[in-house]
Design a protein around this ligand. Structure first.
Ligand code: SF4
Ligand code: SF4
Length: 165
């Protein structure tokens, strides 16, 4: 089979690198003088995060300061990445409580299933994201640390109000 060469004409009118460069520069200069900045000077400035933000967990407590968790075992069962460690205990009155309740925030994918499934509305994903650590083990939040969190909790998606209005 004979080898042929096909010459493709470059459509200069439609594709000009010079014009594209000037278009890009014009956009850059437009943003330089635009009073509506899209960047913030973090950490001095922060975005308002939405009510459905799913971040650092928080364990809610009863009026006497105990974790509301009754160690039912649903959240570690439903957790898709197996990052909740629960060891149940039973007190003198026969009530179950979490003897150990740890969440590894590093493994967590913040799906919110634990909050959705909890029958006591005890564990919540929270509207908080500043949980960076230097050491991997410090991402594991035990019960004391989870109950000490004070940030607002996530408002889960409501099918009756899909747009959150
Ligand atoms: S938010 Fe999802 S991944 Fe994270 S602990 Fe809860 S169930 Fe597990
Ligand atoms: S689902 Fe709620 S009550 Fe059950 S173990 Fe998890 S936090 Fe505790």
């Amino acid at each position: 089979m004979a080898i042929t060469t096909r010459v493709v004409e470059r459509p200069i009118e439609e594709a000009s690198y010079v014009r594209a460069t000037f278009k890009g520069l014009a956009l850059t200069f437009k943003h330089l003088v635009d009073p509506h900045k899209v960047t913030v000077q973090y950490p001095e400035e922060k975005w308002d995060i939405g009510p459905r933000w799913r971040g650092t967990h928080r364990m809610l407590t009863t009026e006497d300061g105990k974790a509301k968790c009754v160690a039912c075992g649903l959240c570690p069962t439903v957790c898709p990445c197996n990052c909740i460690k629960l060891v149940p205990g039973v007190d003198e009155q026969g009530n179950r409580y979490p003897a150990v309740f740890d969440i590894d925030e590093f493994r967590c994918i913040f799906c919110g299933y634990c909050q959705e499934v909890c029958p006591e509305e005890a564990i919540h994903v929270g509207r908080h994201y500043e949980n960076a650590e230097y050491d991997r083990k410090d991402f594991v939040y035990d019960l004391t640390r989870l109950t000490a969190q004070t940030h607002p909790v996530c408002e889960m998606w409501d099918p009756a109000d899909p747009k959150g209005e």
